[in-house]
Write a protein that binds this ligand. Structure first.
Ligand code: SAH
Length: 262
């Protein structure tokens, strides 16, 4: 890559028959890692996710083949098994396969499942981490994941699972820790999750901040409280992709905002 200091370590070779599982970060293409850029430049096949910015294809070779593996235009997303099969088949055909995923590939992105499928098929692969939306989104919106005054742990959880007889207790226990909770994919089950957090002892006045489409041009941030957040999200018409932050850190944003450049 041009413009790097001479002392910079060399990039690994993207060998034929390898798959690289690469994190594209939360949205803004400028938050890509150098390793991801290098992978994009070398790949023969790029298997793309829905939340990934199409402008990243500008780095690709002119003859790179692009496969869209996300939900598009109301079409259902392909099954995970089909994606696994595709990347295995391309690698076995001797291609350099870049599996480009939103955020970090190993955080709620099924990158773990894809890595297991590659290992099971005997395909060599490399992981290129990316900035996860659950940490980068709040950070860019002015919400630190931790301060010594507010919390000593951060829980990253998916709200995708319904709150049912089996999981209700688990949700309550998360709230009972009193720590910061950052939820991915929580909009559909928000009401039930809030009720479980209340049963788990989270105070109604706890700060809750939504970061919608974090780092993208259409980013929206909404501040609320545990008691009001489900109604506020509905009134504001908030839609995924969303990160929801529960905890005292959410309240720090107000002090930072006047001086925070975004
Ligand atoms: N691997 C990804 C997460 C994939 S799950 C990562 O590390 O970020 C998809 C969920 O991530 C979305 O439903 C949403 O909750 C969250 N997400 C991804 N990109 C986002 C963004 N730009 N803004 C807000 N939430 C985002």
């Amino acid at each position: 890559m041009n413009g790097l200091p001479e002392t910079f370590p060399a990039f690994p070779e993207f060998a034929a028959g390898e798959v690289w599982l690469v994190g594209a970060g939360p949205g803004d293409p400028r938050l890509l890692t150098l390793m991801a850029v290098e992978a994009l430049r070398q790949a023969d096949d790029i298997v793309f996710d829905a939340l990934v910015d199409k402008r990243l294809l500008g780095f690709a070779k002119a003859d790179a083949a692009v496969h869209f593996a996300g939900k598009r235009g109301g079409m259902p997303s392909p099954h995970q098994a089909d994606i696994n099969e595709l990347i295995v088949a391309l690698a076995k055909a001797g291609r350099r396969v870049l599996r480009l995923k939103g955020g970090d590939p190993f955080v709620f992105g099924r990158g773990g499942e894809e890595a297991l499928a590659l290992a099971a098929a005997g395909v060599p692969f490399r992981i290129v981490p990316g900035l996860s939306s659950g940490l980068a989104g709040p950070a860019l919106a002015g919400i630190p994941a931790t301060t010594r005054d507010t919390n000593h742990a951060v829980i990253l959880a998916t709200g995708h699972r319904a709150v049912d007889a089996r999981s209700a207790r688990e949700w309550e226990q998360l709230a009972a820790t009193g720590q910061t909770i950052i939820l991915y994919m929580a909009m559909a089950n928000l009401k039930d999750i809030v009720a479980a957090f209340q049963r788990g002892g989270m105070p109604d006045a706890t700060g809750v901040t939504f970061v919608i489409s974090a780092t993208n041009a259409d980013q929206r941030v909404l501040e609320s409280t545990l008691a009001a957040c489900a109604a506020d999200a509905a009134t504001a018409g908030l839609k995924p992709p969303a990160i929801v932050v529960f905890g005292a850190v959410a309240g720090l944003r107000r002090a930072l905002l006047p001086w925070l450049r975004t």
